[in-house]
Design a protein around this ligand. Structure first.
Ligand code: TYD
Length: 230
């Protein structure tokens, strides 16, 4: 996977209502202001077929979808996303920010639906040919707070969001367990901290990561003078 080193791959994870999209947008803007090329994307989705799979799996009205089918649809969407969007962007040297990745399947389908971590991980490692983020930003949200935040927003709850609180508690625990096992690859932040404070901490960690991966001084690369694909 040597080509993956050309770019930087960051996943945002967390329960529903954690504020991942807000933080991904703010990080993208901050990195672009420093001269980086950033690709913002999301799962399920990110490709034309992935967006179709997204509505299949999230919209109400397709009748009962059993847990195995659900896991396979998320994995199918992810296979297209990893192969057609994320890997090519990393090979170009871009910074890829994805709203959700494999950990979401491990948490929602593995722990939430009870399919188990090992089965869901191996399905997804196969689907993505082992493509892993350099860093996962986990916004840890209390399920009750997440639900309140979703209710305050305009959109109706999708199939997964409308699951009971104990489903969302299992998901929260699963995310924290994944992060606890490999702390060097995670930044875990309490989602209730202020938006500005969270953004500053995320940017700080990403700048350090860029510095350690590419030898770029943390903070800025005015004009990226060497044309170095960061
Ligand atoms: P998301 O796009 O974060 O929701 P929205 O932007 O509509 O707020 O995610 C959609 C839902 O899909 C969310 O409840 C989590 C769920 N999900 C899984 O169950 N497994 C997965 O692998 C992924 C990527 C998402």
């Amino acid at each position: 996977m040597s080509k993956q080193r050309a770019g930087l791959f960051i996943a945002f994870e967390g329960g529903d209502g954690a504020g991942k999209s807000t933080q991904a947008a703010r990080l993208a803007a901050a990195l672009e202001a420093r001269g980086h090329t950033v690709l913002r994307t999301r799962e399920p989705g990110g490709t034309p077929i992935g967006e179709k799979l997204r509505s299949l799996v999230l919209d109400h009205g397709h009748g009962h979808i059993d847990a195995h089918t659900e896991a396979l649809i998320f994995a199918a969407s992810r296979a297209a996303h990893a192969g057609q969007v994320i890997r090519p962007a990393l090979e170009r040297g871009d910074i890829v920010l994805t709203d959700r990745y494999i950990d979401s399947s491990v948490a929602y389908q593995g722990a939430g639906r009870g399919l188990g971590e090992d089965a869901v991980k191996s399905l997804n490692e196969w689907a993505t040919s082992g493509l892993q983020p350099h860093l996962t930003v986990l916004l840890d949200v209390d399920p009750a707070v997440g639900r309140q935040r979703r209710k305050a927003g305009a959109a109706a709850e999708d199939r997964l969001e409308s699951e009971a609180d104990d489903f969302h508690s299992r998901i929260r625990d699963a995310f924290l367990e994944l992060a606890g096992r490999r702390p060097e690859s995670y930044l875990v932040l309490p989602a209730h901290d202020s938006v500005a404070d969270l953004s500053a901490r995320i940017l700080d960690r990403v700048c350090s990561l860029l510095a350690s991966l590419h030898g770029v001084p943390a903070g800025a690369i005015p004009g990226n003078p060497d044309g170095d694909p960061l």
